[in-house]
Design a protein around this ligand. Structure first.
Ligand code: SAJ
Length: 401
């Protein structure tokens, strides 16, 4: 059993810390957010996902998981902080740099340091190993340094941490083997040992694969529209081929990963990534297609529109980098007024500062709207009859899903 410090108690770090503690390790969760630490010290989990709440509150209540705003000595350190992109699509690694700077003073000879945050290829070597070297530790000899990406699907986090296979990348084979043994002590999936750079690339490859496939589906939808055929029917028959799996066209891709991670590859390798770049532009261009379509159908600028769905995908409360935000920016730029309905999302941060005007009342959102845009595949929107809107249906309905 090990003493483990988990730095960054977000959607991934917090449930991971709880699951590691459930497996019998002694765990300290660390976060710079004092309000969060106060809430957790109170025994409460601020994340809404039911399974996360259950496991976190259990391990806090039983005293297996402790939390603090500062790290302390341990054998294993795991960094799970956000890695966003800047407005100019550059990887913003300030939180990883801050986390390793704050942690390095507690790392001693014989410890293992693991980065889980999605990062550009080479980050473990440059940032993590670099910070340890600055503290006088040899990252190849004195400490085992690893990159082990999280791969969880929000909404099913606990299951995916437990049952997904893990990629464990070491700066040295010894480090990878040690990480493999550690992950297999609390995960039921297999941990596959590779190099740190291979593990960094595999994470970016997985999410880029999804982005490019969704862009392909969106491109097929544009072709189908121009050809006058129903793209959903064509995809359904194409997918009867045993080796074809066309994804679903939609209003674009959201979340903290898929619209972000391909940029980490593009930034590092601009000459090798024309396809990746094109996919990003196609997916981010989807909200404009929807609004252009409504305007072709006669939507007048200045009018009120209803936007159904803030979450980036169905039946979750997560609105990070949602395509709805891109639509709102366009609505603002073209002089519209809007209301956004979502049954789950209570707060929505927008990069541009555009107000989301959120409501959980569907009839209030739709009342007096000249058009309605369906942006999220919430189950509640499926087969929604005009009579269920609680207000006269808008004349123009654009279903992005
Ligand atoms: N979407 C489509 N069409 C599709 C599938 C998805 O338009 O056919 C849209 C969704 O509506 C959403 C966006 O794409 O807006 C992204 O959704 P997603 O289903 O790809 O899932 P995420 O972003 O919640 O989680 C992904 C997962 N990665 C892969 O499936 C390769 C997850 O396993 C990762 O752990 C997660 O990113 C992450 O944290 O990196």
């Amino acid at each position: 059993m090990h003493k483990v410090v988990v730095i960054g108690l977000g959607y991934v770090g917090l449930p991971s810390a709880a699951l590691i503690s459930e497996a019998g390790h002694e765990v300290l969760g660390v976060d710079i957010n004092e309000d969060l630490i106060a809430t957790l010290k109170d025994g409460r989990c601020p994340l809404a996902e039911a399974e996360i709440k259950k496991i976190v509150e259990n391990s806090l209540g039983a005293g297996r998981l402790k939390v603090a705003t500062r790290a302390e000595a341990a054998d294993i350190f795991i960094i799970c902080v956000p890695t966003p992109i800047t407005e100019n699509k550059h990887a913003d690694l300030t939180m990883v740099a801050g986390a390793i700077r704050a942690t390095a003073p507690f790392v001693k000879k014989g410890d293992m340091v693991i980065l889980e945050s999605t990062s550009p290829i080479g980050t473990t070597q440059s940032l993590i190993a670099g910070a340890l070297r600055d503290k006088g530790l040899d990252p190849h000899e004195d400490v085992d340094v690893c990159y082990c990406p999280e791969r969880v699907f929000p909404g099913n986090t606990v299951n995916e941490i437990l049952y997904n296979d893990r990629v464990v990348g070491g700066l040295t084979p010894r480090a990878a083997a040690r990480a493999k043994a550690f992950y297999e002590s609390f995960c039921k999936g297999e941990a596959i040992a590779v190099s740190a750079a291979e593990a960094e690339f595999s994470k970016l490859m997985e999410n880029t694969y999804r982005d490019v496939n969704i862009a392909l589906a969106n491109a097929f939808a544009h072709v189908a529209e121009a050809a006058g055929v129903d793209v959903a029917r064509v995809i359904a028959v194409a997918n009867r081929h045993p080796r074809v799996h066309v994804h679903s066209p939609g209003p674009g891709v959201g979340g903290h990963c898929i619209p972000v991670d391909p940029w980490f590859v593009i930034e590092g390798f601009p000459n090798q990534t024309q396809l990746l770049h094109a996919a990003r532009l196609i997916n981010d261009g989807q909200p404009a297609k929807l609004l252009d379509r409504a305007e072709e159908w006669g939507l007048q600028r200045g009018s009120m529109v209803a936007v159904l769905g803030a979450a980036y995908r169905g039946d979750i409360d997560d609105a990070r980098d949602t395509p709805t935000e891109l639509l709102l920016e366009l609505l603002a730029a073209r002089g519209y007024r809007w209301r956004v309905h979502d049954p789950f999302v209570k707060r929505m941060h927008t990069h541009s500062g555009v107000a989301p005007n959120l409501t959980a009342d569907l009839s209030a959102a739709v009342k007096g709207a000249a058009a309605m845009f369906v942006m999220t595949d919430h189950a509640a929107y499926k087969g929604l009859a005009p009579s269920a809107l609680g207000a006269p249906a808008p004349r123009i309905v654009v279903d992005g899903r």
